[in-house]
Each structure stands twice: as C-alpha cells, then as structure tokens.
Design a protein around this ligand. Structure first.
Ligand code: C5P
Length: 396
C-alpha cells in the first residue's frame, strides 16, 4: 500500500549539513510513488548540488525567484498550486525564523506564503541553536499556525555535539508524510477503468459504434485520483480531457480494449467497466471501401469478448464493478449480469430516461452486490462518481 501514490510533494532544501540527506529522502518518497519537485535555497546549494537532486527527483530543481527562464517553464505561483504538501527538510534555524516572520525574499519562503497546501518542517541544526529560546518561539508559532513538525531527533551531531537537532531519517520522514494522506479512502490502490464506446471497423471508412460519451468513466477516474488511487483509464474514441495524474490508454476496438485491460489488470486492485463495448464486430474487415450495390447488404458479425467477465475470471481477480444500462427490467437484468459475469458489484441505470445516462451530464443509479442494493438519486456524474467510489471502498 503506497499512501503517497500520485501525491505531489514540493521538497524544500535549506542550508545545513543535513542537506545531503535530502538525496535519500527523495528516493524514499519516490519509493512510495510520490511526484517530487525540489526547491533549494542558495545556502543549500553549498552543501549538495542541484544536479544530484534533479537526477533523483526526475524534475528540474527550482532555486531562484527572479529567473525568467524558470518562471516561463513553471512560475512560482503555479508551483505553489502544484503542491499537495510542502516538506522542508532540512529546515535550518534561519529558514524557520524567516518563515515565521513571513519573509518572501527567496523562492522557498515565497512558496510557503503563496501555497494553501499543508507545510511540514523537519528541523536540523546544532543542539544549542535548537534549544535557543528564539528558535523555540519560532517553532511554537509555526506549529500553532498549522504547520507539521517532524522531529528533530537526538544523538551525535556533525559538529561533535550530542543532543536534539538531528534531522529524522529519510524513511521516518517519508512515513510521516504518508501518514498525512492516510485518511484518503483509496490511498495507493491501482484502479483500472474502461470508458466510452468502442468502434468496430467494417471497412477503411466505416464502423459500428454507439452513443456513449465516456463522461461517467472519466468522472470516476478523476474521483479515484482525488481519493488517492493510481488510475489507468482505458478510453475508446471520446472527446474528453484526461483528468490530471491519470494514465490514459486510448483504444479503438473491443479487442484492443480487451488486451489493454488484461495488461493493466496484472496489478489492479479494482476494475471498473464503464465502457459501452460493442457486443459484435465484423467477421472480416473489408480491405477496400465496400461499394454500394443492391438494395440489401449482408454483414456477418461475430461476438466480441466480454471484457469485464474475462477480468473477473482471472486467478488474481481485482474487485470487479460492471455497469448495466437497461431500458426495462432494471433489477432483474442487472442482478443476472452480476451473477453471470462473476462481478462483485453492478451499477444499473435506466437509459430509457434521457435526462440521465448516455451523453448526459447527470445520472441516477441503483447499485447491487450479491447482498445489498442501494439507490443513488439523480445528481451530476462528478458527484455520483465520488459517492460510487465511497461505496466501492466500503465493499472492499
Ligand atoms: O452485457 P452488457 O453489455 O449489458 O454488460 C455491461 C457491462 O459489461 C458493462 O460494465 C460493460 O463495460 C461490460 N462489458 C464488457 N465487455 C463486453 C460487453 C460489456 O466489459 N464485451
């Protein structure tokens, strides 16, 4: 379970001998699948090079507030908005004092003021500096303002002193960061979602498809990211923007969606099949455009694989959720599919009602498991997606 999956951590490194531990800290944060960007103060660069931290984080290191090139790539306000957490490690006595006084004379202090993300400090300094009343007053005020404080630890120091002031070990700091996000419902789970229609070619210019917009699947992907999951979205041809942090795989046909789903489900915890998969495809796709001839034309169609059923038949099957879009006998048909496809849950909606379902921005559904039934009244697909993910979380 990786609680930092997809979490964006802005690591601020300030000047002190413990700055070398920032390299290890980046590794430990990335082990937990966090996305890390580093901001260094001028003094920090005397202790460890930006190049080292750039190589480890996989992102350019930011260090200057007034660098036009860096601002053009990702401006400081954008960076402040990007972060889910600002972690300052090591946090020097000087940085703590400047942060407490509300200074904004370098990039890191400016980001601390400009961001609404939580801020965590991992102090590191000589034991006498840590014990000094001014540092203690600054720390208490920052903690009172809502900042998290990790450490410091006690022990022998680089200067030869023994006492409080050592930066906590990287694994400990990474674990404390994870703890901050732990309450997120689907933290660290890999969720695979199919969405939209599939398109079954008849010849180079024609195809069979349906009216699915993909909106429900995309809303589920976005809500799953907000709940802390890692999301793979396997999308048919749709006209929608990929939600941030989602890994999107575009496919055209049911066979492509089937192959992509099997691959993505090798390590999935949850599979949600919201795609409207074409039940049949042409037995043979004509190599050339089919020419107009008599009054009638015969097409031979063959059955497509049932994607959700084949995922549900896997030995290490994820929690499988299907959709049932029906125009009549909603409960009977949905329960039949739940059983026949060996699903853990089925989300049923009445597509005869044009105010909801296909292509609409709203939806209303009834969710069945083998033991339960729950109604979700009409609301936006975004809100419904959040409610459905909570329901899935409870059923896991
Ligand atoms: O059988 P029906 O198409 O109504 O079942 C709907 C559910 O099965 C949906 O979750 C849909 O995504 C999934 N399905 C699938 N592969 C198919 C047909 C449907 O995964 N070939």
């Amino acid at each position: 379970m990786h609680s930092l999956t997809n979490r964006r951590i802005l690591l601020g490194v300030t000047g002190g001998i413990a700055a070398y531990k920032a390299a290890e800290l980046i590794r430990r944060l990335k082990d937990q699948h966090a996305d890390v960007r580093v901001v260094m103060t001028k003094a920090a660069q005397e202790f460890i090079t930006p190049l080292t931290l750039q190589a480890l984080s996989g992102n350019p290191v930011h260090h200057s507030l007034l660098d036009t090139e860096a601002e053009a790539a990702m401006g400081h306000i954008e960076l402040a908005k990007w972060a889910d957490l600002i972690l300052i490690a090591p946090a020097s006595a000087d940085f703590i004092a400047r942060c407490h006084s509300g200074m904004a004379d370098d990039l890191l202090t400016t980001l601390c003021l400009a961001s609404v993300a939580p801020i965590a400090l991992a102090p590191a300094m000589n034991q006498a500096m840590w014990g000094d009343a001014k540092t203690q007053n600054n720390m208490q005020a920052l903690e009172k303002s809502g900042m998290f404080v990790f450490g410091p630890g006690s022990g022998s120091q680089a200067c030869g002193d023994i006492g409080l002031g050592r930066m906590l070990e990287a694994t400990d700091i990474a674990a404390r960061c994870a703890q901050l996000f732990h309450s997120e419902k689907l933290s660290g789970k890999h969720i695979v979602i199919t969405a939209g229609p599939t398109r079954e070619a008849l010849d180079p210019v024609r195809y069979i498809s349906n009216h699915s917009s993909g909106k429900m699947g995309f809303a589920l992907a976005s809500a799953a990211i907000d709940a802390g999951a890692r999301v793979t979205l396997i999308a048919g041809p749709v006209n929608l923007v990929t939600p941030e942090r989602v890994t999107r795989i575009d496919i055209i046909s049911a066979l492509d969606m089937h192959a992509a789903s099997l691959k993505a489900c090798e390590d999935a915890d949850i599979f949600i099949a919201s795609a409207a998969v074409a039940d049949y495809r042409a037995a043979d796709i004509a190599e050339q455009k089919i020419k107009k001839s008599g009054d009638e034309i015969q097409l031979t169609l063959v059955k497509n694989p049932d994607i959700v059923a084949s995922i549900a038949a896997l030995k290490n099957k994820p929690f499988c959720v299907g959709f049932a879009a029906e125009t009549q006998n909603l409960e009977e048909y949905a329960k039949g599919k739940l059983q026949r496809k060996n699903l853990d849950m089925i989300i049923a909606n009445d597509v005869a009602n044009t105010a909801i379902g296909f292509n609409s921005d709203n939806n209303a559904v009834t969710v069945f498991t083998s033991q339960s039934q729950k109604e979700f009244p009409q609301c936006s697909k975004q809100l419904l997606a959040q409610q459905l993910l909570s329901h899935i979380h409870q059923a896991l």
